[in-house]
Design a protein around this ligand. Structure first.
Ligand code: SF4
Length: 392
């Protein structure tokens, strides 16, 4: 059975993901660690002033990165905004900044640490800001999958690709096995590169980006895209299926983009007949095929910027970004695709109190919440990231 026609259900969580956010400790996971220190109260009326003062005191020693899905109260202090890939490159382009404060989630801060010098410190204002998608592929599970491919005699003809939204451990695994990292903008180029080197791809951890790109952009048959479920013995596949598949799609997804449904597209088209539906490729296959435009966060921003006044847009991505776009373009009708609120709860953990606390600690000479990747993992992850940058 291919991954398109079956009824899609939420995969069960990994053990790490079962930890309540901000409680307990699991340093190998993307989330679930304590946030130390005394946070200012959210009601403190001086928060904006305090953040500005601490930022000014740190001057050029500080560079603040803000992901598009962050709250406005945080974005106002970002020196640059962007998606995860753009922000990683921006971090690498600031060798003089001693502190890179990453307002985003854990895997992004890891990528920034990999791409910056040892002298630079990457800081995540709330250590519990992880990513549920990245949590869905942990190293031990991926190593088990690779052993199954070896046992089936097909590991040598398999190229691993991991989406940027994965832990440094997974990027390191991919680098060790001659694969590549991809983003939502270059997934097709990564797949083209991989199929010049192997007969199949193990695509981690977002099944939807992998499936959408394989079927819609590469013309791969849906029957050749098989779902690998790390929670089932053998991934839920036989050795013969592992060998015959062209795409082995890891059973992971984004908990935000996975919420958009085909019925939300149908419903908005009924309500707003001339609406343009614009979605992110982390959405499910039936949503992407029902949409008018599909693309990365940066693509979504460009399309809305270029849209004519008076046009109507239903956007299927994270709510903070959609709301910011709507505020920036009052001459266009910009709506959220889903009726229900759909924030990324972990992105939202970085709020103004956490930012103020972080900046004041740094200004006082106390390094807090540093994100580091061990040298061996960083080396191999860098190989996979550099391979992405060298994609034709
Ligand atoms: S929006 Fe999705 S992929 Fe992005 S950080 Fe949140 S859970 Fe992860």
């Amino acid at each position: 059975m291919d991954g398109v026609t079956e009824t899609w259900t939420e995969p069960s969580s990994t053990g790490a993901a079962l930890l309540l956010l901000g409680r307990g400790t699991d340093p190998s996971a993307e989330r679930g660690v304590e946030c130390p220190g005394e946070l200012p109260a959210p009601s403190d009326p001086t928060l904006v002033e305090r953040a500005a003062r601490a930022k000014a005191a740190l001057g050029d020693r500080l560079f603040i990165l803000g992901h598009h899905y962050q709250r406005d109260e945080v974005i106002q202090f970002a020196d640059v905004t962007g998606d995860s890939f753009k922000l990683a490159r921006e971090a690498a382009a600031r060798p003089d900044a001693e502190f890179i404060v990453f307002c985003g989630v854990h895997f992004m801060a890891e990528s920034a640490d990999i791409l910056t010098s040892d002298a630079q410190k990457v800081v995540l204002p709330d250590l519990a800001a992880g990513c549920s998608m990245a949590d869905m592929a942990v190293l031990s599970q991926v190593e088990t999958a690779w052993e199954l491919l070896e046992d089936a005699g097909v590991a040598d003809s398999t190229v691993p690709i991991t989406y940027m939204n994965s832990s440094a451990d997974i990027k390191g695994f991919v680098g060790r096995h001659h694969g590549v990292v991809c983003t939502s903008s270059n997934a097709k180029r990564a797949l083209t590169w991989a199929f010049e080197r192997g007969q199949r791809v193990l695509f981690l951890p977002d099944q939807h980006l992998g499936r959408n790109t394989a079927i819609l952009e590469m013309g791969i048959d849906a029957d050749d895209c098989l779902l690998y479920d790390p929670h089932k013995p053998g991934g839920g596949l036989t050795a013969q299926q592992l060998g015959q598949a062209k795409m082995l799609l890891w059973r992971g997804h984004c908990s935000v983009h996975g919420r958009f449904t085909k019925s939300s597209v149908d419903e908005i088209r009924l309500r707003v007949p001339d609406v343009n539906v614009l979605v992110h490729p982390e959405c499910r296959f039936d949503v992407v095929t029902a949409a008018d435009y599909v693309g990365s966060t940066e693509y979504i921003i460009k399309i809305i910027d270029a849209a004519p006044a008076g046009s109507a847009w239903a956007v299927g991505t994270e709510l903070n970004l959609v709301r910011r776009l709507a505020n920036a373009h009052p001459d266009k009708q910009i709506m959220f695709l889903e009726r229900n609120v759909c924030y990324c709860s972990t992105m939202n953990r970085i709020d103004l109190p956490h930012l103020v606390w972080t900046l004041e600690e740094l200004a006082a000479g106390r390094l807090v919440n540093q994100i580091t990747v061990d040298a061996d993992t960083a080396h191999h992850a860098r190989v996979a990231l550099d391979q992405m940058l060298a994609l034709p």
